[in-house]
Design a protein around this ligand. Sequence first.
Ligand SMILES: Cc1ncc(COP(=O)(O)O)c(C=O)c1O
Length: 395
Amino acid sequence: MTVSNGREFLSIPGPTTVPDEVLQAMHRPAIEIYGGELMATTDACLDGLRWMFKTAGDTYIYAANGHGAWEAAVSNLFSKGDKVLVLESGRFAIGWGEFATRLGVEVEVLAGRPGRAVDVTALETRLREDSAGELKAVLVVQIDTATSVHNDIPAIRAAMDAAGHDALLLVDTIASLGIVDFRMDEWRVDVAVGGSQKGLMTPPGLSFNAVGAKAKAMHQTAGLKTSYWDWTARDGDVHYMKYAGTPPVHLLYGLHKSFDMLKKEGLDNVFLRHALLAEAVRRAVGVWAQANVVSFIIDQPEERAGSVTSIRLNGDYDAGRLIEYCHRKCGVVLGVGIGENSDKAFRIAHMGHVNAPMILGTLSVVEIALAALNIPHGKGGVQAAIDWLSEQVSA
Ligand SMILES: Cc1ncc(COP(=O)(O)O)c(C=O)c1O
């Protein structure tokens, strides 16, 4: 017996649910790409990105997934043999560093602490040691989607300032843009990287660079530039060159609509909605954890992400069985564990086009699975989430 018929609910941390409005905006015939209305759509999307990243800098749209935007950032800034510091806090900054290595950049990793965000004191110490200024940049993710940690970007910037180090700061916001606040110019982030498929509620296939003046200056002498990723080649007025070829027309329609929706809701409301729903998830997990089998992967409450919560099953309990039960029996698709936690972990996404019934439905299904699979857990996790939301969301 299953209770999974009806619309399957996707609770993976990207790609996320695409709103009907975005799908409908994409449901259009193909159009001319060398002139006409597409120019205005491109301009609106580039401006929308400036608005999202909170920057007056230049923005670029690639017909690529997030890995493409990683490669774009690295190839536009560095030359073979340049050295960068990658701040480990899970899987994704390491992945970015692996891409940089393949391009010929020397990558040093500042080792992470299991269950914790980047250690800003260790960062400051390492940068102070680099008195010769060998490190050209610091690479970090704002939210790591594997561990579900939230790194404090202003604190990282402050550690760089305290060390008096001149390295560029490069931040991956793929799992945080449009979910938690990000202030590129105020925090003096030099390059920010984003993707379409999480907080921006658009199908996968677009990724972004936002670039400040200091990064643009370093770009002039970068030896790794290639025709496709090159920012300068995309800077002129020729529309076709903004995509180094045929524009991803329908994804641009989708992205444009998503900006309209985010503007209508208001960015601060978008962040608050995510914060409330994230805390609802954490309230439920906190109750389930009372039986010492379920636990948060991130130890400190203030370091837990607003977009996704990674959860471990301790002992001999199999997270894969729980994920399978939720999907096959109840129609909810949870995120699988990634990296060192892969077989012991599952992830609940709370990002993008989500609301209270989606989150409460997901939590309820997880609680059903915990009971049906005899996984010891504190009872009443969903009730705790309900209590939280009813206190916070006033009549
Ligand atoms: C934080 C972060 N960075 C980078 C990526 C890679 O993006 P993509 O899979 O679109 O290449 C992901 C994907 O989940 C991510 O969560």
